[in-house]
Write a new protein. Structure first.
Length: 216
């Protein structure tokens, strides 16, 4: 379970503080693969950044006993001056991977960067950067994977591979997924949370959630 207690999140702007969540208490259950449904600007990516602790609430707290990934495929934390291999080892170390040599080899094989694995990431295309980030994230054994439109990574061949890896993960671990593709959501998720006007609502029944969401 991920427990949000009195969470307020806003971004200051010229129009005043833009509130995404206001004094929200909510429990995200474990043992579900959950789709986050919400209109553009509803706060899905912001919620992900809060769950991944890459941003903090302005007020309140978020607690979980689970090991939660950063949003898969976001190249957050990838350092442009370092090579793919150096980044991999660094990310592995930060995330407490015990066997860094094995981790490095698995990421290298998954990302399929060839000799570029030993060149600085600043020389990579954006697709190559995303592949490295995806491989680094998938290869760490997280309890919960945050998947933000992640199956759009790379070229068609890599997309198929990424999707297969995610499906595999969704059987052993849990996924929380943001996607505007309903078919993809049906493939990965069994339940949903609708985020609307700063409120979250959990639906055990995915099809019912999709119906309710389409009414918004
Ligand atoms: N760093 C930021 N500074 C200021 N405002 C921000 C920032 N990040 C997001 N916002 C605002 O917060 C709101 C929620 O944004 P967010 O990206 O979380 O929405 P979303 O549901 O993921 O949208 P989409 O479906 O379009 O990706 C939007 O109004 C957005 O403009």
């Amino acid at each position: 379970m991920i427990k949000l207690t009195n969470v307020t999140k806003y971004y200051p702007s010229k129009l005043g503080n833009q509130y995404i969540l206001k004094n929200l208490s909510f429990e995200i259950p474990s043992n579900h693969n959950i789709a986050i449904l919400g209109r553009n600007g509803a706060g899905k990516s912001t919620l992900f950044r809060l769950l991944a602790s890459s941003e903090y609430p302005n007020k309140g707290s978020i607690e979980s006993s689970h090991n939660i990934s950063w949003p898969v495929a976001l190249a957050t934390g990838i350092h442009p001056q370092m090579t793919g291999r150096e980044n991999t080892r660094f990310i592995g170390r930060v995330n407490g991977v015990s066997d860094l040599d094995e981790y490095e080899l698995s990421v290298r094989d998954f990302a399929e960067l060839g000799q570029k694995y030993d060149l600085p990431v600043k020389t990579y295309s954006s697709g190559m950067r995303s592949r490295l980030a995806f491989a680094c994230c998938m290869t760490v054994g997280f309890d919960i994977y945050l998947i933000d439109e992640a199956t759009s990574v790379g070229d068609p061949k890599f997309k198929r591979k990424a999707k297969a890896a995610l499906l595999d993960k969704s059987k052993q671990a849990n996924v929380i997924m943001v996607s505007h593709d309903t078919e993809e959501i049906r493939q990965f998720c069994d339940s949903a949370i609708i985020i609307h006007k700063g409120q979250l609502e959990f639906y055990n029944d995915l099809e019912y959630a999709i119906e309710e969401y389409e009414k918004l």
